[in-house]
Design a protein around this ligand. Sequence first.
Ligand SMILES: [Zn+2]
Length: 352
Amino acid sequence: MIRKQIGGTMNLDIKNRYKQTLLRCILFGILIFANLQCVLRPSGDLKGYESHFPHENPSNPIQKGKVRVTFLGTTSILLDDGETQILTDGFFTRPSLWKTAFSKIESDPAILSSVIEKAKINRLKGIFVCHSHYDHVMDAPFVAKLTNAKLYGSSSTINVGLGAGLNKENMEVFPIGKPLKLGKFFVTVLESKHTPPFRILGKTNATDPNFPNITVPLVQPVKALEYIEGGSFDFYIQHGKHKIVIKSSTNFVKGAYDQIKADVLFLGIAQLSLQPKPFQEEYFEETIQKLNPKLIIPIHWDNFFKPLSKPLEPNLKLGDDFEGNMNQLLTRTSKGQIKVQLLQGFETMDLF
Ligand SMILES: [Zn+2]
């Protein structure tokens, strides 16, 4: 009898413990889900920056001496003077977050062709890759193949080109500090630095010092992490009397801009406000203050897990703070004569 009672009490105990564990698991699941819901939201609302979108989209032929830009998301910038086009990166496939995190990724020829058509890329002479992470280099050799343009990049970028089957004569390791002439554009590649490394879901984008470059041809499909930075680069572009600087990563080499000025600065703002204050100060000093541009166009602000065919949205809260970045930039530029303009995907404007 007593043994039966003890047995009954133990069963009740086990049931209660099971219920409690189940309840904890459900609460934990809800918490994780709520957190994910939160960090997978855009890190800002573009409505608050509506006055910074020019919405010009000129359709008239490009006048002599002028350069027209078309923004193609992340750091993909198409420059066109009516005779010659040059492009940075050309990352158009933009695989989803899940695909990028959990499977191998590859360029989508249908997406590339549709972007090339929609952006009217039809006289492209060169593609310049700012570094060899997947969100910059992945599609570049395939865009080169489809447009017959030459691919310029680091040795890592060239290995991505070789893996894509691009002919050696259609690629060139770019010379640092020496201007390359493409039509009326003179492009000088400047040594730069990648945005300081960060960690998401236990994974870091920091370069392993034992493997700083892609040393063998990289054949798709391949995991995103196989794309190694291989050095980061800025582009100083002269066209007639005008000068443009394209800085894709939020970092700097001290003194790199000491001898140059720019009319237009394409400025990488990804994760800017997440950096320590002294870093932010120096970033502005080494870029805006030195170059003294009339126009700044922020880049690398959009969520590149979403397709380019949809309106661009700010980067996810998971790894960025778009509003913080923009507000820092606008505070810095509010006193001078510097215009800050954001461009939507495929949006165009004449730079000067
Ligand atoms: Zn990168």
